[in-house]
Ligand binder design. Sequence first.
Ligand SMILES: [Ca+2]
Ligand SMILES: [Ca+2]
Length: 160
Amino acid sequence: MKKILTLIACSVILFSCNKEDDPKKVLRKITVSEITITKYPAANSTGSGWDIGSGPDIYPTIELNGVEIYDSPDYYGDVNNPNEEYKFPVATPLKLDPNVNYTLRLHDLDPTSSEFMISTQFKFTEAQDKDDGNPLIDKVEFNGTSLSYRFTVAFQYDYL
Ligand SMILES: [Ca+2]
Ligand SMILES: [Ca+2]
């Protein structure tokens, strides 16, 4: 019975329970080394494309409490395949708190400014863990109706 309860708890709070059954290991930080956009909205709220005659020029930013903490220096120009994966390496690894709500925003870089496309909130403890068997480097996925994305991360634990 105890095993069943542990399983349920782990599925609710993915990262609070560790895989080795060691109660003294606590996840403290998640370091993001890459952001991959796996789905973006092909049209804006009025149903039009993001640019006239070409696809959007996409890049992500991340906010904490309305303050931008990450702004991708790279963008993909004129993307035209909503099902393709667009990888943004994070040059200075981003250390995030697994228990905090962040906002991921996707933008279309226009010639004179940027056009906001879509945003979503994420918290790592509510993520879908794409476990590849490596306890230190992993992929964490967030899937939405119009926006899906994946983080390549490293976990930092505290041993109590
Ligand atoms: Ca545009
Ligand atoms: Ca464009």
